[in-house]
Design a protein around this ligand. Sequence first.
Ligand code: SF4
Length: 547
Amino acid sequence: MTRDTAGADDGLRPDGGDDGLRPDGGDDGLRPDGGADATGTDEVALDPWGASTVADYRSLFEEFGIAEFDDVLGEVPSPHYLMRRGVIFGHRDYRRVAEAMRHDEPFAALSGFMPTGDPHIGHKLVFDELVWHQRRGGDVYGLIADLEAHAARGVSWDEIDAHAESYLLSLVALGFDLDEGEVYRQSTNEAVQDLAFELGTKANVSELGAIYDFDGETEVAHMQSVLTQMADILYPQLDAPKPTVIPVGPDQDPHVRLARDLAGRMRYFKVTEAYASFELEPDERAVVARVYEALADADDGASGDGADDADDGDVRCVEAADWLDAESPDMPGLWDAVEKLRAGGTEPLRPRVRFIARNATDEAFEALIDAVDGEKRVYEGHVDAFDLDRAAAEELAREVEVATGGYGFRPPSSIYHRFMTGLTGGQMSSSVPASQISLLDDPEAGYDKVTAATTGGRETAEKQRELGGEPDDCPVYEMYAYLLAAGDDDFAARVYEECATGERLCGDCKEQAAELMSAFLAEHQEKREEAREVVADADVTLESDRR
Ligand code: SF4
């Protein structure tokens, strides 16, 4: 993992410079940019327990392989405003979830909250995302990460209890339906603990060390809390495999990647493509695909004589080796492929999908063999199917796995939201109360924090009228876009335009934002009170007997 080596101010600045929310001149006027200048020097740390710093969101795409949310936006039915405005900027594999949503198929969403303090407006983003997925028909889960808070942050059980309920109250106040969805605490969810243990059979210490910078001094409980989170993430699929989205900040991406890996490692069968009885590495497979295409085409043209001999249309391994020898295309894995093909001799090359039994019981392997339609060949530990395409094979493998007692996990998907800038300009931090707004702040306190916020305004009103403000560099504008404008895109766009053109001055702008903020807090807190009863009746332990 890369550690942040940038300067101290270079931390959580989603709006830093031109890296913020700004109109692209497109239809809704509120889109993420993605076109900022590369600084080249900022490193990105994705540390779930450290100060996560994202100085440059694009490096998350390039370096970490997170996909741009924009790529799937068009496939999401009535996307949430956080999606429309680019606050949700990235994803892994969200396409599957969007697809399930569009086709009314089962899907799930789950996120977790460490009860280390009061819920704040950063948590609200995730609460809103969960509620939105619930309203779109998903099975939605909100969990209190109490084991993680205890193990990784050293929070006492008394403190954890004091905060746990508060997260649930805000979640419900923001619209979460407890009858439809599920909330739980890690510490009391036995199914999660059992799954965590099982997942622990598929991960080792050096792997966790490499992902999380763990070393010999890392407490075992901290490691356990990682496995617990892996189990949280896969928990929605315990009853049946389904697309599942984990809405989180990008600091949680290491967890998502590991969970996607572990989901695969738990599977009974690995489905690959093959050309002959022997195994190929991915590079080699590309080489063989290439020669197969060249020779099978040539053969097609020459055949038609009906002769049933070595010229029956089959491409022999050795012919392929000869061709590659002669052509030697510039491809990685070339010579390894040639060697394997030579060893294959006169065996014909034939594309096929291969099911490799990894964790499958004998019963499951037998069931799979039965279930494969069409021509198949059974080997020790794998079956080759000649009349199935890859996607059909994947589905079949999952069906058989589930029918014979396996989980059949799908790799979980994720969506990532930008971190909010602190009202004081730096990152939001609970150690700087003025930098962030707690959902429990008195409405007047919230009002005051907004009016005291730093802005993207000019030194004088005159200059501002002349040059316009810098909404991309303004925590107050961010408040509008992330929260205060709610679903009203026109309003958010108007604030942006008026600011950028110099029509809007910071004093009035902050006044308006402060009023909206205090109204939001008052209403939210009222709804929290109304939620007390439902939360008390919910099937979740609010007091722990741990100590
Ligand atoms: Fe920020 Fe509003 Fe000032 Fe523009 S006018 S810089 S949005 S506070």
